[in-house]
Ligand binder design. Sequence first.
Ligand code: ATP
Length: 284
Amino acid sequence: MGQTPPVVGWSIPRNAEADTLRKANVLPPESNVDLMSEIEVPEDHPRYESLLTRHRIEEGVDKGITSRQGLIAEGRGEAFDYLLGERTIESAERAERAAAAQLLLADHPVVSVNGNVAALVAAETVDLAEAVAAEIEVNLFNRTAERMDAIAAHLQEHGADAVKGLTADGRIPNLSHERAKVDADGIGAADVVVVPLEDGDRAEALGAMGKTEIVIDLNPLSRSAQTAAIPIVDNIIRAVPNMTAHARELESADRETLEGIVDEFDAEAALAAAEAAIREGELQ
Ligand code: ATP
């Protein structure tokens, strides 16, 4: 093996090129140079958000946080986001405000986190939970002890002080064993649950338990979005910080105001508006 020259001053625009340079011993094999990462693209680049999202998911898989199926889910979401114009449409903005109000009204709100959520918005989820005094619970479709631990640790690295989901002493009725597991004093006892990128079966089962569900999903036709009391058809990368901003703004609002915001929100109309935006939107 030859000497590896220092990498100072290098500008490598793509991961693939960084890999090639690692293989050619130009970059040390252990180097983390991944300059698409957090990321060597200016924020005003038209594909910035999408590139950042892909990068975070890729990194999530490398860290054992995101499953390979999570990659597929990401691709699906990205296609819908592209058709929406990669922006928060008006109906989603209203849904995010209603969700913030609903969370502030809740007695026991919980934000459910899976591998994609942890990879994409760990710090933002911690902020949201703080703003609405919610608990955070790790909840996985493909549950393994390793991934549960990795996600809990990742959330803690991003500021979460307590993370639920590891006890798994509660069950969601009518679901098969692994997918049914929750913490009895977490999602099991929650009145309002935020379930971003949730699988349709579990969203339906949680709804049947009487939980008020806030679903974030870019597909307005998914069963999860259709089941939700408040469906948010927006990229989670935009939706979560937006919900937090609304929650901070509504922090000192009285119950009546918050209830008014929730009552005014029309889930069916929001889903129809999102579907229309996707079907009829003009691509630039
Ligand atoms: P359902 O059973 O609810 O119909 P599904 O189980 O088929 O849905 P998955 O294939 O598990 O859904 O995909 C997860 C969902 O998450 C997809 O609907 C996708 O659009 C959505 N999604 C993926 N990435 C994001 C993201 N970054 N922000 C919001 N939604 C996303």
